[in-house]
Design a binder for this molecule. Structure first.
Ligand SMILES: Nc1ncnc2c1ncn2[C@@H]1O[C@H](COP(=O)(O)OP(=O)(O)OP(=O)(O)O)[C@@H](O)[C@H]1O
Ligand SMILES: [Mg+2]
Length: 219
């Protein structure tokens, strides 16, 4: 099994201290741990939003600190824990991600398709400001799906959703990731969800890797 990321002897402030961690390529990895254990900080390291004080991170075998951060963030996209919504319409919000990743714009049909993937039934001209918390979260998710990166870093993508919508979204996301060979790294506080959707789980405790587990495939 090839790895998307390898972390070696990583220290970040007094928040993370990780001797070694490998995150598999083209798999669904769930990141679990108590509030404050360092899950978001770990995702931010993987996206080079922050740099470790010491240690090395490799992305696809390359030293992450030597990669162009803009280039990296075209391939590794993060969905923040609090969804970012820009002023303007749903459509403008969707297209904004493509601007950031310097990708060509897409026709409205593609936008409608990605909205369906996240179960968001709103008109493209709806002002994004009027969306509910859970709808904003799905809009942000749709925006990064359109960017079509190799790796998705999702920080509690379903925290604002009811159980049924959560299941629909995670089914759709993991099905998409598996069929398209994407790497999904997803923070969740819900252990049960981790067991259900993950190929691989990582448990963080106070900034340390408490354990990792490969989830047996049901075949
Ligand atoms: N830039 C920073 N400076 C100082 N402390 C920080 C910084 N960033 C994060 N922390 C602290 O590091 C710890 C881990 O934060 P982090 O956001 O990674 O936790 P988390 O596991 O994502 O928690 P949650 O489940 O609540 O989102 C917290 O105690 C937080 O206050
Ligand atoms: Mg967090």
């Amino acid at each position: 099994m090839m790895d998307a990321f390898i972390l070696q002897a990583i220290k970040y402030m007094d928040i993370l201290d990780i001797a070694e961690l490998k995150i598999p390529l083209q798999k669904v990895t769930c990141l679990l741990g108590e509030s404050g254990s360092g899950k978001t900080t770990l995702l931010r390291l993987l996206n080079h939003l922050i740099s470790p004080d010491s240690g090395k991170i490799y992305f696809m075998g390359e030293d992450l600190s030597e990669l162009n951060p803009v280039e990296l963030r075209r391939r590794v996209v993060m969905l923040p824990q609090t969804p970012v919504v820009f002023p303007g319409s749903v459509e403008e919000n969707l297209l904004q991600g493509l601007v950031y990743s310097e990708k060509p714009q897409v026709p409205p049909e593609k936008l409608t398709m990605v909205m369906e993937k996240v179960k968001l039934s709103k008109e493209l001209h709806t002002p994004a400001g009027v969306l509910s918390g859970g709808e904003k979260q799905r809009l942000a998710l749709a925006r990064i799906l359109l960017m079509d990166p190799d790796v998705f870093l999702l920080d509690e993508p379903s925290s604002a959703l009811d159980e049924l919508t959560e299941k629909l979204i995670l089914d759709s996301l993991t099905e998409y990731a598996r069929s398209q060979g994407k790497t999904l790294i997803m923070v969740t506080h819900n252990r049960r969800m981790g067991d259900f959707y993950a190929d691989y789980t990582v448990f963080l405790e106070k900034g340390h890797i408490q354990k990792t587990a490969e989830v047996a495939a049901c075949e």
